[in-house]
Design a protein around this ligand. Structure first.
Ligand SMILES: [Zn+2]
Length: 286
């Protein structure tokens, strides 16, 4: 690969991308997915295949009873249609501490089971409890995953460096959510930015925050300079950018992928590199 003098832009020369990531496949997802669809927003919903159909009311010592039942197997394909389903380990175990054989079993049985329901290969995983180690990352790669989400809030819009350590911008219940949303929407982006919000849909019942979510999605919806995409759509696009091939002097770029890739070659110049074509760069900073 030649010298990278350019920077990635999102499809359509956009500099901003927004995505959601919601875990556990709880029954509150039914209401959440409808809201997300109604606002034309995209996200990834990470499920444990082994606990689907499970019914449970949590009764914490403080606070009100909370329904943490999971959605039914038979509704998974239709409920999440238009959104992405990801893996979350078969029984939501801490797969970073189980030892390889059982960790492999939790990862692969979850993936295979969910894939039978949704009828496409799963690309994304969310670490149960946010816990992971190098061995688990290897297991996920061998299982065919493209990336995995942590629970470490960055409060930034930086693009991920390691797809198997996808740190979200913020956990939805945190106070700074709307402040960050306003920064993201209102401030001009000089390079590609990603706003990545995660949570569990039962949290809207815990703190009565369904209205806050409605307000957030309404605010985030319909901005022409924002790319609304699932987690894996964003990673696939970043992969295509990484695969670009450069001439020695940087004046020509070959895009060997099936995806048009948009880049910024200077502050004023950007290019669309068509899939399967060589593009001559109008201006370089060599
Ligand atoms: Zn979880």
């Amino acid at each position: 690969m030649g010298k990278r003098f350019d920077a990635l832009l999102f499809p359509g020369f956009k500099r901003k991308a927004f995505t959601l990531s919601y875990d556990d496949g709880v029954v509150q997802d039914r209401r959440l997915v409808k809201m997300v669809n109604d606002h034309h927003i995209k996200g990834t919903f990470n499920l444990g295949y082994g606990v689907l159909d499970h019914e449970e009311i949590a009764r914490p010592p403080m606070g009100k009873p909370l329904d943490i039942s999971r959605v039914k197997k038979e509704e998974v394909a239709s409920l999440y249609e238009g959104q992405e389903v990801g893996g979350h380990a078969l029984y939501h175990s801490d797969v970073s501490s189980l030892g390889s054989p059982y960790a492999m079993y939790e990862v692969i049985e979850d993936k295979a089971g969910l894939e039978r329901l949704v009828e496409y290969p799963l690309s994304m995983f969310a670490y149960p409890f946010g816990l992971f180690d190098e061995e688990l990352k290897e297991i996920l790669k061998l299982a065919g995953y493209k990336g995995a989400r942590t629970i470490r809030s960055t409060y930034s819009f930086a693009l991920p460096k390691d797809p198997f350590e996808l740190d979200p911008t913020i956990h939805f219940p945190e106070e700074r959510l709307m402040e960050l949303a306003k920064d993201f929407i209102e401030k001009p982006a000089f390079k590609a930015e990603l706003f990545y919000v995660w949570g569990h849909a039962y949290e809207f019942d815990i703190d009565d925050s369904w209205d806050r979510m409605e307000e957030f999605l309404t605010y985030m919806e319909g901005h022409e300079d924002v790319w609304y995409a699932t987690n894996s759509e964003i990673l696939s696009y970043m992969e295509a950018y990484e695969m670009l091939e450069y001439s020695a002097d940087g004046s020509m770029i070959y895009n060997p992928t099936c995806t048009d890739v948009y880049i910024m070659t200077s502050f004023e110049t950007s290019e669309c590199l068509k899939a399967g074509e060589v593009t001559k760069i109008r201006e370089t900073k060599l």
